[in-house]
Design a protein. Structure first.
Length: 226
């Protein structure tokens, strides 16, 4: 058996794939590439694959992660080339690392994510929108309403917002880059920020650009934890 950690992109052409559909797409590509996945035991065997934090439908990504196990040892470069030849447009393996020991699950180690949001705004309201966004970092509380199967709940997301930067791309177009908590200790969502803007904005694009593990100010990328 051999274990690997992969990083990959999820481009705009496949941004509307659900997390489940993404997993099925990559599993089919692995079979087409003739990569012999290891399977769990029991009455319902499933491939030994696990992904990092799920990406919301409609958001593309420059950096996602996947762990998988094969029944034979395959050179990392060979695995990457074979899988990329089998993946559809929009999905591309960026790097593959052979794990020398069993790694901690991705969802247990990844606790930071960066999102790039592009807004279309009314030019006359753009300065006020920028001020409102910057004010979020100075606030003690940022309350948003979230809906789940049990109904609605008000959540203070301020502890999860670690950084926010804005850049005017052109008149009526604003870029916002947020760095936030992700995982079991909290989960900052891009739509939280949209919900808090006190002016109408049109979301043109959202991209998750990075994920990592951060502890005591030290940043470690997931491939380096394998």
């Amino acid at each position: 058996m051999a274990e690997y950690r992969l990083s990959f992109t999820k481009g705009s052409s496949v941004q509307f794939l659900s997390h489940l559909d993404l997993a099925k797409t990559i599993e089919r590509a692995l079979r087409r590439a003739d990569i012999p996945l290891a399977y769990s035991e029991g009455f319902h065997p499933h491939p030994k694959m696990s992904f990092g934090p799920a990406l919301a439908v409609g958001i593309s990504s420059l950096e996602e992660y996947l762990d998988l196990e094969t029944v034979i040892d395959i050179p990392a470069e060979d695995l990457q080339k074979r899988l990329n030849r089998s993946l559809p447009d929009g999905l591309q393996i960026l790097a593959v690392k052979r794990c020398l020991k069993h790694p901690k699950p991705l969802n247990a180690v990844i606790n930071r994510a960066v999102y790039n949001l592009i807004f279309e705004v009314d030019p006359s309201q753009q300065p006020a929108i920028v001020d409102a966004l910057h004010h979020m970092m100075d606030s003690d509380r940022l309350e948003v309403t979230r809906t789940n199967k049990n109904g609605q709940k008000v959540v203070n997301i301020r502890p999860w917002l670690h950084n926010l930067k804005t850049e005017t791309l052109e008149e009526g177009e604003l870029q916002v880059v947020i760095t936030g908590e992700i995982g079991s200790n909290g989960n900052l969502r891009p739509d939280d920020i949209v919900q808090l803007i006190p002016f109408p904005v049109k979301v043109r694009r959202i991209v998750r650009t990075e994920m990592w593990h951060e502890e005591n100010g030290i940043i470690v990328k997931p491939l380096d934890l394998c």
